[in-house]
Design a binder for this molecule. Structure first.
Ligand SMILES: Nc1ncnc2c1ncn2[C@@H]1O[C@H](COP(=O)(O)OP(=O)(O)OP(=O)(O)O)[C@@H](O)[C@H]1O
Ligand SMILES: [Mg+2]
Ligand SMILES: [Zn+2]
Length: 379
């Protein structure tokens, strides 16, 4: 597998990425499967085409749920598993989502948890939905690294002389931001007979701050120039600042080194948003055993990005967490610890567990339609 040992050593992360890259295009040979530390047992699950299903998910492992379209994967994982564990833990799923319109008629899953819940402390759904709905949220604010950056600016002699605190360097607070665009950096321009368009703010020219705030420099850079740095550049600039560096390194290591710190969250792709969410979880670390649930996380990702996502998921499992993904990408399934194949058909012809076990076991199943495709990825 990738690497085992203490999580998140930077050397280890890099080494594992190198290995992964070398092996990326080849079939997976002899993966070592992690042993479950327990089982999360769902009993009598009913939801859509699932009719009283009993399933066990291995804890401390990476499980891939497979099956043809309409077989019941999302019903099981994104609906029943999330709801049963969520209500078992006594709180809602953490996915920083506002309730959407689709939730108007919440349909609840039937079934119960037969065991294993006591080994889970948190439940996190990591989806490809945007990480923020306003351009005020960006990579720097979402990951929390901007809090550290603002403190660095407030600690400069020039800022102290002016009595500027960290709030002065927030574009969400009136004192330091550009009054014309209120820190957005752009303004909406109304055109006769045309939809309104956005243009850079004529007062700050997109810098988002007032001139007094921009006059404060940290290592020769204004706060606006820091927001203009890419993650890669920021790693150099903040090399001596552990609080900032840690977040930056995780972002760089998952292939997001090209993103600008101030890039609005609304301009991130679904895959980027999902990897940022995972990166934030990775650096958060050790808040108790967590169950991570992802439904088709590789959709639309380039093979290199699939490898990076896989690498992150493996780090979470190495850190003692449990990961359950619904997945079509057989390269990912082949590298999982446990496969659960749902089917055999779609709709009422599906909704059953056709095969489950290690990828090698499921690849040999005669009943599974996934088996031949999975077998191709295994030696
Ligand atoms: N809200 C719903 N109400 C009734 N039936 C539903 C609902 N959602 C899904 N179904 C049905 O349940 C079955 C399983 O759907 P599900 O979304 O779990 O499939 P899936 O395996 O995730 O498929 P895909 O790979 O296309 O995402 C399908 O026949 C689907 O039409
Ligand atoms: Mg689905
Ligand atoms: Zn402005």
């Amino acid at each position: 597998m990738l690497y085992s040992g203490p999580p998140a050593g930077r050397g280890a992360v890099e080494a594992s990425q190198t290995r992964e890259y070398l092996f990326a295009e080849k079939p997976v040979s002899n993966p070592v499967h992690r042993e479950p530390v327990g089982w999360l047992q769902l009993e009598g699950v009913t939801r859509n085409n699932l009719k009283g299903l009993n399933v066990d998910f291995p804890l401390g492992c990476f499980t891939a749920v497979t099956g043809i379209s309409g077989s019941g994967k999302s019903s099981l994982v994104s609906q029943a598993l999330l709801e049963l564990v969520g209500s078992g833990l006594g709180r809602a799923v953490e996915n920083d989502e506002e309730p959407s319109l689709e939730d108007d008629m919440p349909q609840t899953s039937g079934g119960r948890i037969g065991g294993g819940l006591e080994q889970i402390r948190r439940l996190v759904q990591v989806d490809q939905k945007p990480i923020g709905r306003t351009p005020r949220s960006n990579l720097a604010t979402y990951t929390g690294l901007f809090d550290h950056v603002r403190k660095l600016f407030a600690a400069t002699p020039a800022a102290k002389k002016c009595d500027y605190d960290a709030g002065q360097f927030s574009f969400n607070v009136a004192k330091g931001r550009c009054p014309n665009c209120e820190g957005e950096g752009f303004v909406s321009v109304e055109l006769l007979f045309m939809p309104s368009v956005y243009a850079p703010c004529p007062t700050c020219h997109g810098a988002r701050y007032n001139p007094e705030t921009l006059a404060i420099k940290w290592q020769g850079l204004s706060i606006a120039q820091v927001l203009g740095l890419t993650v890669e550049q920021a790693v150099e600039v903040f090399a001596e600042q552990p609080g900032v560096l840690r977040s930056l390194q995780v972002l760089r290591d998952i292939g997001l080194g090209y993103l600008r710190l101030g890039q609005p969250a609304t301009e991130l792709s679904g895959g980027e948003a999902q990897r940022i969410k995972l990166a934030t979880e990775l650096q958060r670390n050790a808040r108790g055993a967590t169950l991570y649930v992802l439904d088709e996380p590789t959709t639309g990702l380039h093979p290199r990005d699939v490898d990076r996502l896989l690498s992150q998921l493996n780090h979470l499992v190495e850190a003692g967490h449990t990961v359950v993904v619904v997945e079509h990408e057989m390269r990912v399934v082949a590298q999982s610890d446990w496969v659960m194949d749902i089917g055999p058909g779609a709709g009422d012809l599906g909704g059953k567990v056709v095969a489950c076990g290690t990828p090698q076991t499921v690849a040999k199943s005669k009943a599974s339609r996934t088996a031949p495709f999975l077998a191709r990825e295994l030696i």
